[in-house]
Write a protein that binds this ligand. Structure first.
Ligand code: ATP
Length: 308
């Protein structure tokens, strides 16, 4: 195989709970994650000179060794006992950066999967998940995709049955939010209200749409709102619009990850269009997407093309 193109889809957190601080400095989390259709695209082409070359189309993305795509390539090269060929990677960035949508992690996951094919490494899914965990806590979920419960730093995964289909509107202010800073400012009292993770998982299993909407809670939302006034304002604006269009509390607006992206789950295309239209005049970034629900390899980091 000489070249391959892959999709790298974003995720949202249907819930995010912080259970405590670990000895290694990370926080113990419990989150329900969901893949959405919004995606970056990676084009990989083999190089005979052993070099890694990365070109990024999009703003605010490092095109060097800090990029998770680059780190994925270096990690695989270090693992391999033989000399590997190089690769030229073109990354088409569509997922907003530093937005709570795991944009970097999903690119790293797609690079691992794509290079496994391009370089003929034949790593199993389990081996890739393990390598992914070394790249970043969200990378294993991005390899798995679909709907899953994540624990530990986010790397301990329990796949869940596909959640019922929702349209999703994403909306964010312009600010970029550093994940580490949000965790650093987390206080135990931010855990109010507490997510009902078990109830959310049950609602997903039952396909209970209202049960899911009622349990969308992210304990980092208070922290990010406190640290960044423009995030608090964006959340208020989006909630006011959703309440006006659909009735108070009917279509809750919740933050994903450490923010600053907010999301709202809608029943159909028409609802999604109405909300997106109204938000477009009020917030700088508004994106319509939907749950990407096929679990496993077929959907996530899906192969678009492969030249033999
Ligand atoms: P998460 O939801 O996993 O916390 P995020 O969506 O908040 O992640 P990313 O978009 O992954 O955040 O970006 C976080 C930082 O990672 C960026 O500031 C950027 O410098 C770095 N980064 C490294 N590789 C990438 C990549 N391929 N795409 C975007 N950002 C990347």
């Amino acid at each position: 195989m000489e070249a391959i193109s892959l999709r790298a889809p974003a995720k949202i957190n249907l819930s995010l709970d912080v259970l405590g601080r670990r000895e290694d400095g990370y926080h113990e989390v419990e989150m329900v994650m969901q893949t959405v259709a919004l995606h970056d695209v990676l084009h990989l082409r083999k190089r005979s000179d052993g070099e890694i070359v990365l070109l990024c189309r999009g703003e605010g993305v490092p095109a060097g060794p800090e990029n998770l795509v680059w780190k994925a390539a270096v990690l695989l090269k270090e693992q391999a006992s033989l000399d590997l060929p190089g690769v030229e990677i073109v990354l088409e960035k569509n997922i907003p950066v530093a937005a709570g949508l795991a944009g970097g992690s999903t690119d790293g996951a797609a690079a691992l999967r794509g290079l496994n094919r391009l370089w003929g490494l034949n790593y199993s899914r389990e081996q890739l998940l393990q390598l992914g965990g070394r790249l970043g806590a969200d990378v294993p979920f991005c390899l798995l995709g679909g709907t899953a419960l994540a624990r530990g730093r986010g790397e301990k995964l329990q796949p869940l049955p596909p959640a019922p289909f929702f349209h999703v509107v994403l909306a964010k202010p312009r600010v970029a939010v550093p994940t580490a800073e949000v965790y650093r400012h987390f206080r135990p009292e931010d855990r109010e209200p507490r997510p009902d993770t078990a109830g959310l998982v049950e609602a997903i299993r039952r396909g209970d749409r209202e049960g899911i909407r009622e349990r969308l809670v992210n304990v980092l939302e208070r922290v990010t709102r406190r640290l960044f006034p423009e995030v608090a304002e964006a959340g208020e604006v989006a909630t006011a619009v959703a309440d006006r269009l659909f009735g108070p509390g009917k279509r809750p607006v919740v933050m994903s990850g450490s923010g600053p992206t907010f999301f709202c789950l809608l029943d159909d295309e028409e609802e999604s269009e109405r909300l997106a239209q109204e938000l477009t005049d009020r917030l700088p970034v508004v994106i319509k997407t939907f749950f990407w629900r096929e679990p496993g390899e077929r959907q996530n980091n899906q192969e678009l093309t492969g030249e033999g």
